[in-house]
Design a protein around this ligand. Structure first.
Ligand SMILES: [Zn+2]
Ligand SMILES: [Zn+2]
Length: 109
């Protein structure tokens, strides 16, 4: 299947990031609207969460960032989160920055 992010020129890439940010903001507002109405939106997987699907370098293969929510102003995500899926070297789960573009939070890997 064609990937939306493939073969874009720099202007189109900028447009994609802006569009992704709009989707993320809309999802946040949608979740807030439901929360105001007393609806618990804490689902897994959540239709509102916009989890980061950026593929991380191996090892292990096919591991994705998994940052639970985009934080930032349209640029790279500045969120830090506890990475429970990280390989365990004995230190237990550790905090990790996402630092991936907004589009990683709305597109499949
Ligand atoms: Zn993120
Ligand atoms: Zn990420």
């Amino acid at each position: 299947m064609r990937k939306l992010s493939e073969g874009l020129d720099p202007d189109q890439t900028a447009a994609l990031e802006e569009a992704a940010y709009l989707v993320i903001k809309a999802r946040e507002q949608a979740a807030e609207r439901l929360e105001r109405a007393g609806v618990n939106v804490d689902l897994d997987p959540s239709p509102f969460a916009a989890r980061c699907s950026h593929r991380l370098p191996a090892p292990p293969p096919n591991r994705f960032c998994g940052c639970p929510r985009y934080k930032g102003d349209g640029g790279l995500c500045v969120n830090r989160f506890i990475d429970f899926d990280a390989p365990d070297f004995g230190g237990g789960p550790s905090e990790r920055p996402c630092h991936h573009p907004a589009s990683s939070h709305i597109l499949a890997p």
